[in-house]
Design a protein around this ligand. Structure first.
Ligand SMILES: NC(=O)c1ccc[n+]([C@@H]2O[C@H](COP(=O)([O-])OP(=O)(O)OC[C@H]3O[C@@H](n4cnc5c(N)ncnc54)[C@H](OP(=O)(O)O)[C@@H]3O)[C@@H](O)[C@H]2O)c1
Length: 260
């Protein structure tokens, strides 16, 4: 199977490495920026291009690993260049596959790795759920086959369900990470090192193997230690935004504890 990778950001970087490791042939990597295309193309021994009109017509799948907002524009350009009937799939959790059909693609799908990826991270494709979708059975089979070449956990998740999955992912990853950021700011203001919290952060996640998040919830809000909650709110006076967040999250934990 031959792939063209369009985009040279975080996801393209890790997909190109993984494709190469698993013997999937990436023919070309496109980026608007030559140096970025070069870096990603070098990972999979592909040609680096910065001109979409130079893209090969001989690929089985054209993977769009570009920013969500660029998917309509880039896919419409591919259609104009004559790729209308080629299989074009994007890697976005939040974008419906139909965004591609609205751009004029007649064969379209999704190839969404459900993992946070940045250039410095080391995503383990043996554990990542890969969500694929296409309304065409042959194209769905092709994307599933491609997915199975790079990771064992491939799921067919249609647009409506993937949208829900993505919202949940924002809570457990983006928002959880934002909480780590806030924790760090609070410690920084008192000259305490963030690394003191790392074992706690790790254990919070590791113990989810033993039970549900609801079962694993601890802390003053869960216990109903309202005096401790009040002391924390006082301590957070220098951070009014975090004080408000603390109150909201405390109420959310209490409401869930009451089964509401
Ligand atoms: N990072 C994650 O954790 C993650 C996980 C799963 C799925 N995704 C999805 O994967 C996709 C890529 O995410 P990413 O994190 O790899 O993004 P990223 O690192 O920000 O890279 C975005 C890429 O899109 C290109 N791009 C942006 N606007 C463009 C335009 N108008 N025309 C052509 N290229 C354009 C950029 O090109 P230049 O290099 O030229 O600037 C860059 O190569 C997104 O749909 C995202 O939702 C991300």
């Amino acid at each position: 199977m031959k792939i063209a990778l369009i985009g040279a950001g975080n996801v393209a970087y890790h997909l190109s490495k993984r494709f190469a490791e698993c013997g999937v042939k990436v023919i070309q990597v496109f980026s608007r920026t030559q140096s970025r295309a070069d870096i990603v193309a070098a990972k999979c021994n592909a040609e680096a291009i910065t001109d979409l009109s130079k893209i090969s017509r001989n690929c089985d799948v054209y993977l769009l690993a570009v920013s969500d907002s660029a998917i309509p524009e880039v896919s419409a350009t591919l259609v104009k260049l004559g790729f209308k009937s080629k299989l074009i799939a994007h890697t976005s959790g939040a974008t419906p596959s139909t965004t591609l059909s609205e751009s004029g693609c007649s064969r379209f799908g999704v190839f969404y790795p459900l993992q946070t990826m940045s250039k410095l991270s080391h995503p383990d494709f043996n554990k990542i759920p890969l969500c694929v979708d296409s309304i065409n059975e042959t194209d769905l089979a092709l994307l599933t086959e491609l997915g199975l070449k790079i990771c064992p956990n491939v799921f067919h998740i249609p647009d409506t369900q993937r949208a829900v999955l993505h919202v949940a992912a924002v809570f457990v990853n983006n928002f959880a990470n934002h909480m780590f950021h806030i924790g760090k700011e609070i410690l920084d203001a008192s000259d305490l090192p963030f690394r003191l919290l790392l074992p706690l952060i790790q254990e919070t996640v590791v113990k989810l193997d033993q039970g549900t998040p609801e079962e694993m919830q601890t802390g003053p809000a869960k216990r109903g230690d309202l005096e401790t909650v009040q002391r924390h709110v006082e301590l957070l006076k220098p951070f009014p935004e975090y004080q408000e967040l603390y109150r909201m999250l405390t109420m959310s934990i209490r409401r869930m504890g009451e089964g509401k």
